[in-house]
Write a new protein. Structure first.
Length: 192
């Protein structure tokens, strides 16, 4: 039986702030199953990155094993300049670089996810919603976080979406801790 230690990778190196000077935010599409290796390479080279991770538990005969895996498989977020981009490119782990057109929006989304991981809130990968109600969590460990719910009957299932990836994670919250933002209409489906 293999008894190797799991590879623990820092979730973040640097910050989730707007770039200055020649730096830009990129979403890096990695080669298959190379997210952690690229993050480790970036850390060794002093480059800013963010690799959100999620814990999963597997039960084997007499034991439970907890694994950490990338929240968004195949992607790493990085704030780099041309020299940093060249450094990452020669690692052999990158498939392509996706330039971020709206860094403010991306950083807002990533900060919400980072807050959830900092507070050790359980998150699960779910489908990205193209339509839904925008909500804000107003109390609890995720106070201030904004997300999307399918409709007003599912306020306990808040999705934290990353638009550029068209992917999302869901957090379960108490519906009384959620406030719907903006206009919405409740459609009564029951007829008398």
């Amino acid at each position: 039986m293999a008894t190797h230690k799991p590879k623990i990778i820092h979730i973040i190196n640097g910050d989730l702030e707007l770039p200055e000077g020649n730096f830009q935010w990129f979403v890096i599409k990695t080669k298959s199953r190379c997210e952690k290796a690229l993050a480790e390479y970036a850390l060794r080279n002093g480059l800013n990155y963010y690799l959100p991770q999620i814990e999963t538990t597997h039960k084997y005969q007499y034991r439970k094993v907890v694994f950490t895996k990338p929240m968004f498989p195949g992607y790493l977020f990085s704030k780099i300049d041309q020299k940093g981009r060249d450094t990452l490119q020669i690692s052999g782990y990158c498939a392509r670089f996706i330039q971020v057109r709206y860094p403010k929006e991306l950083l807002k989304e990533l900060k919400f996810i980072y807050k959830g991981t900092e507070k050790k809130v359980e998150m699960t990968n779910v489908l990205w919603l193209s339509k839904g109600l925008e909500v804000e969590i107003i109390s609890g460990p995720l106070a201030g976080v904004k997300g999307v719910v399918e409709d007003h009957t599912k306020l306990s299932e808040v999705r934290l979406q990353v638009e550029i990836l068209r992917q999302a994670v869901m957090v379960k919250v108490n519906p009384t801790d959620v406030k719907i933002i903006g206009d919405y209409v409740v459609v009564d489906t029951e007829k008398n």
